[in-house]
Design a binder for this molecule. Structure first.
Ligand code: KG4
Ligand code: ZN
Length: 347
């Protein structure tokens, strides 16, 4: 079985092929980062047009090694959440391909895709597990009872972790998106040099990064802006800022695992490419008798392999989507369980 995945929810046009045993065959990502860089962020209209220009070529490249489109047994495509115009390009292209090839088509939630990236490396996380989904648009904790069964345990009240990285990286002149550049700039710096705040919330599994963002930008302004930072001061600033985000993510993920009495923890989303987060969560989980399951680094940021992986599972269950499936700007993955009040009491 060969399933083609297509991703176009934001600024990466991507196509990938995964087989029925969840082995990755091809993974093509055409990034629009350089196109959007002069604007300091993604311009939705430009993103849609770029997807339209690129989608045919990335699908050609992804399917060439399996002998072309005729080898496909199904097509999976991101249908939300994301930029509607951008999603529309991939979604309509996927529908056309599926109709023309007479193969099943399935619309995939991008967030489920990020969590499915873990299925592409061994061992895969057993169920139930706690999942931390941390990207440019989302910072959420889920209790995953089975594939497709998600309970939202916590979410951000304001900015996502990736968004906080991006905004402060921009102020530091590190470019956009800035998470990976911030990680590189922080390397070797003292993470305790600046005591950036960690938000305390009444709902302990929720996140808030806006206070941290304000504290970081105020501090930067107080020292006269990024241009007046010495190389050592910049390194300390980045290491301390990164530590504030990573500490919060690690603390809350472990609190969720304790609350759900769960020993398995999965990670997904662009920020899960961060080496400090991967190391610290893994080390901390070990001290509490838990195991962390990480997606391959290259499959953390937006890609179509994760979409194809989710598609394989759904298509093997015969879960197809109708051709009138529309793109969804918002598409929550799961609700908060009624028992969450009791869960909070356990913390
Ligand atoms: O999952 P993703 O590619 O797109 C969304 O669905 O949002 O995540 C992109 C986010 C950006 O905010 C980017 O700065 C962040 O992931 N990111 C990182 C790293 N690599 C990407 N953040 C921290 N450290 C990294 N190494
Ligand atoms: Zn994403």
């Amino acid at each position: 079985m060969w399933v083609l995945g297509i991703e176009s929810s934001c600024d990466e046009t991507a196509a990938a092929v995964v087989d029925g045993a969840l082995r990755l065959k091809t993974n093509i990502v055409s990034t629009q980062v350089a196109t959007h860089a002069p604007f300091g962020g993604v311009v939705p209209e430009v993103a849609s047009r770029e997807h339209a220009l690129r989608v045919v070529e990335v699908v050609k490249q992804a399917t060439r090694p399996i002998g072309g489109l005729s080898a496909l047994d199904g097509i999976a495509v991101t249908a939300g959440p994301g930029l509607v115009g951008a999603l529309l390009v991939g979604l309509q292209y996927a529908k056309g391909l599926a109709f023309g090839l007479d193969v099943p088509f399935v619309a995939i939630n991008h967030l489920e895709g990020h969590l499915a990236a873990c299925l592409l490396s061994q061992p895969t996380p057993p169920y139930p597990h706690v999942a931390l989904l941390v990207s440019g648009g989302h910072t959420q904790l889920y209790h995953v009872r089975a594939f497709g069964k998600y309970e939202l345990l916590g979410t951000t009240r304001d900015d996502a972790a990736g968004e906080a990285f991006d905004k402060i990286a921009k102020l530091l002149g590190l470019g956009y998106p800035g998470g990976a550049a911030m990680e590189a700039a922080a390397r070797g710096g003292d993470p305790e040099a600046i005591p950036f705040p960690r938000a305390k919330l009444s709902q302990p599994l929720d996140f808030s990064f806006s206070g941290l963002k304000t504290a970081a930008s105020n501090r930067l302004r107080a020292v006269g802006g990024q241009a007046s930072l010495s190389a050592a001061a910049r390194q300390e600033f980045c290491a301390s800022f990164q530590a504030a985000i990573v500490d919060t993510l690690v603390e809350k993920t472990m609190a969720a695992a304790r609350a759900m009495r769960c020993q398995h923890i999965a990670l997904g989303g662009g920020v899960s490419a961060n080496g400090v987060l991967r190391e610290q969560l893994t080390a901390r989980a070990r001290t509490e008798g838990c195991t962390v399951y990480l997606p391959p680094r290259a499959l953390c940021t937006d890609n179509a392999a994760m979409v194809a992986a989710a598609g394989v599972v759904r298509l093997q269950r015969k879960e197809c989507s109708p051709f009138n499936f529309s793109p969804r700007a918002r598409w929550p993955l799961g609700d908060r369980p009624d028992a969450l009040a009791e869960t909070s009491a356990l913390l």
